[in-house]
Ligand binder design. Structure first.
Ligand SMILES: Nc1ncnc2c1ncn2[C@@H]1O[C@H](COP(=O)(O)OP(=O)(O)OP(=O)(O)O)[C@@H](O)[C@H]1O
Length: 297
């Protein structure tokens, strides 16, 4: 996978505030790249530097292996804040005006409206749109110049679950059609469901980056319980590839085994051989939220 953005040793000071500390990130072509971090961790600063809006104190950003030029900038669509739309004009007319302001010649407005699934409503007034539709129209403005990369800051901010789902599906379909998406988000569940790659920042430091599967590639967990709790506690240590166990809030036993080795049938047989009848046996996966909290707390 080639790299769209190569961010190298980026450092940013705002006066005494150290917003980014020697951060290096590779953003692969075709990825949906989630930039995560608690408030004030440097996400917006990072996006600003990528877009040449904010000047780095030191470090470099390469776009397709070269420093970002005005021509390169045209290949990047950004949605860092919600654009102003005319409430009494249609989706079509709003996009026509945006294209004129952006100096885009012969914009494919119909094509863009189809991509964001608003073509059927192209002649409806903006004020009749749901929040999700308004945000899809905002994303449509980024698509007007047919960018290679799209950068979003909190793209589902303020949307209800239906709107969030609409944007999630749209982002996935844009990536399927070859766009690279970079998005800053607080919503870990959203990132887990949408992103192919993530980087986690904390106080300007990069904690982890990589493919979502690689980052989520934690040990397997099995939740167990039986009426003979004490005997079960002794037995769990005999489970092949046992690492550790914890007691959960509801009194079950969470057993961690080496990733990819879990054998639920074997665990059931082992318990039964030891005179234990399990009343709970379920395979669990670590959520990105748990990993994030573990890394940032
Ligand atoms: N223009 C500025 N002047 C001074 N300090 C700034 C400026 N912009 C950001 N900062 C500081 O830099 C640090 C990183 O801020 P940044 O907005 O990049 O983080 P963030 O992860 O995007 O936060 P949030 O999730 O709250 O938007 C914070 O301490 C912030 O207060």
């Amino acid at each position: 996978m080639s790299t769209v953005f190569k961010i190298q040793q980026l450092t940013k000071f705002y006066g005494p505030i150290h917003a980014l500390n020697n951060v290096s990130i590779d953003i692969p072509k075709g990825s949906i790249f989630g930039l995560l971090g608690p408030n004030g961790s440097g996400k917006t600063t990072m996006l600003g530097i990528i877009m040449n809006i904010t000047i780095a104190t030191s470090g470099t950003v390469l776009f397709n292996d070269t420093p970002l030029t005005a021509d390169g900038r045209k290949k990047i669509g950004t949605l860092l804040e919600t654009p102003n739309f005319y409430h009494y004009l249609s989706a079509y007319d709003n996009l026509k005006i945006t294209a004129t302001i952006k100096g885009i010649k012969n914009p494919d407005i119909d094509g863009v409206l189809k991509q964001v699934n608003l073509y059927e409503r192209r002649f409806s007034k903006f004020q009749t749109f749901s929040l999700g539709m308004k945000q899809r129209l905002a994303i449509a403005t980024c698509l007007l110049g047919d960018p290679e990369v799209m950068i979003f800051d909190e793209p589902t901010n303020g949307l209800d679950p239906v709107g969030i789902n609409e944007i999630r599906n749209l982002i996935k379909s844009l990536a399927k059609n070859g766009k690279t998406i970079v998005m800053a988000s607080h919503l870990l569940d959203e990132v887990e469901k949408v992103c192919t790659h993530v980087a986690i920042l904390k106080k300007g430091n990069l904690l982890v980056q990589g493919g979502i599967n690689q980052i989520m590639n934690q040990d397997d967990m099995i939740e167990l319980n039986a009426s003979n709790h004490d005997l079960l506690l002794e037995t769990v240590r005999q489970i092949p590839h046992y690492i550790k166990h914890e007691i959960t809030d509801n009194g079950n036993i969470m057993v961690y085994v080496k990733q990819g080795t879990v054998d639920t049938e074997g665990i059931n047989q082992l318990c039964f051989k030891n005179g234990i009848v399990l009343n709970t046996l379920s395979l669990k996966t670590e959520s990105l939220e748990n990993i994030f909290i573990g890394l940032t707390s």
